[in-house]
Every structure is written in C-alpha cells, then in structure tokens.
Write a protein that binds this ligand. Sequence first.
Ligand code: FES
Length: 167
Amino acid sequence: MDISPDFAAQIDEVISHYPVSKRSATLPLLHLFQEKTGFIGADTIRWIAAKLDLEPINVLELVTFYPMFRQTPVGKFHIRVCRTLSCAMAGAPELLEQFKLAAGIVPAPQTSHGHGPGIEKSPDGRFSIEYVECLASCGTSPVCMVNDDFYEGVRPGSASEILAKYR
Ligand code: FES
C-alpha cells in the first residue's frame, strides 16, 4: 500500500496520542483512512493491523460493527438518508427515491435479507447513496447528508435542488 510521507506523518501523529496502548488509535486511523480514500478496503485493514501490532480481524470487527465505515468505494458526493423511525415516518423512502432519480442512480434489486441494496452509485461515479440509521436529529426529520453537509427538515421534492449544489 502506498502511503505518502505526509499521510504517514499524519498517521504517526494520531498514534502519538495513545502512548499507553497504540491499539486505541484504531478508530481514529479508520476515520483518517476513510476520509482520505473514501472507504476501508482489505489492504487498509491489513496495513492498520500491522502498524498497530494487531491481527486484521481486530480491525475488521470495528469496520463491520460501526455502520459509518464503508468497505466499498462511494461516489464523489455520497448521500446518506436516515431511515430510522422519525425519518421513515416523515418520508425517508420517498426522499431516497427522489435523490436516486435526481442523481441518475438506477434502482438495484432488493437483497434477499431485505436490507436494501446497500450503497448504489450513478453510472458516472459522481453520486452514491445509502440508507443510514439515526443521524441524531429526529426532531427535524427527514434528514440526510451529502458528504459532510447536513440537511434537516428536507421538503418533499427538494432532492434536485440539493443536488444542484454538487453538479
Ligand atoms: S430518526 Fe432520522 S435523525 Fe433520528
């Protein structure tokens, strides 16, 4: 795995915050890698494990436990639509469909376990979308995020308007 000198310095700086047990740097390093590369691949898991003197399974179990970590690449602009109760009742399913239409994302078939298709991408790779669990703003549902931008009380039909900012 190619790690630039600058990124290596950033990684070492993060690890230096945990002098007693560098294992504690696992979550911060996962965030750092996801921010840098967009997802956590198998090579990243192995690399972090080796760096922190862990087994890859110790890193993988965190990646699979926390839903904010992604194991597949996303589009340049990644849309997350909350599907937990308040947002579901306030129209999250319709909002997701409106975003897909506005982003040119062709609907994928449901998976056999009924959890939906996971991350879906537009053919040009510009947009991707997924359902996520509660984004901690239930009182202003429905809510969604585009990369790090947070949108609350999203009006019906405003998906195109929101995505226009990312064209
Ligand atoms: S249910 Fe959507 S933010 Fe909590």
